[in-house]
Design a binder for this molecule. Sequence first.
Ligand code: SF4
Ligand code: SF4
Length: 168
Amino acid sequence: MTLGMGFIGMKSLAGGLITNSEAAMAFALQFKNLVPIWGIQKEAELEEWLAFMDHEPEMNDEIRAFIEQERKELAGDFCRGCGYCMPCPAGIKINTCARMSLLLRRAPSAKWLAPDMQKEMEKIDSCLNCRSCVSKCPYELNTPELLKKNLADYRQVLAGEVKVGYEN
Ligand code: SF4
Ligand code: SF4
C-alpha cells in the first residue's frame, strides 16, 4: 500500500467459513486499493454481495464485536485450506479434511457428509505419520493430530451423536 499498489484479498469469506458477508465487506472497505475475491458458498451470498455494490456496509461496534469473536474461534488450529502441505503420500485431501469440523458448521453440510466425502475422511486412518505436512504448513499446525480430531468429530456427526445444525 505504501508503494501505491493495490492488492487482492483472497477468500474474504475464508472459503465459506465466515458466515457474515456484511462484516467481511465492512472490514475490506477499510483498506483502499483492496480488490476482494469473496469465495461464496451459497446463492444468497452472491445476492448479498451484489447488494453491497449499491449500499456499502460501514464498520460499527456490532461488526467489530463479531470480528473479534470470529478471531477467537478461528485462532489456533485453524486450517486455511491452502494446500501447501500437499501432496500427502497416503492420499489424504488435507486441505479439506483438516477443516471438516468447521465446514460442517459454517457451510452447507450435505455435500461434506456425502459418501464420496466419507471415503476421503476415512483415509485419515491411513496416515503414515510421516509429518511431511507438518514441515510444510506455513501456520505450523500439527496436521496429523488436527486430521484425527476432525475425523473423530465427523464420525460423531455421521452417527447423529452431534448435530451440526447448518441449513443447506
Ligand atoms: S503425516 Fe499423514 S497426513 Fe501428513 S503427509 Fe504424512 S501421511 Fe499425509
Ligand atoms: S494444514 Fe496447513 S498447509 Fe495444509 S491446508 Fe491446512 S493450513 Fe494449509
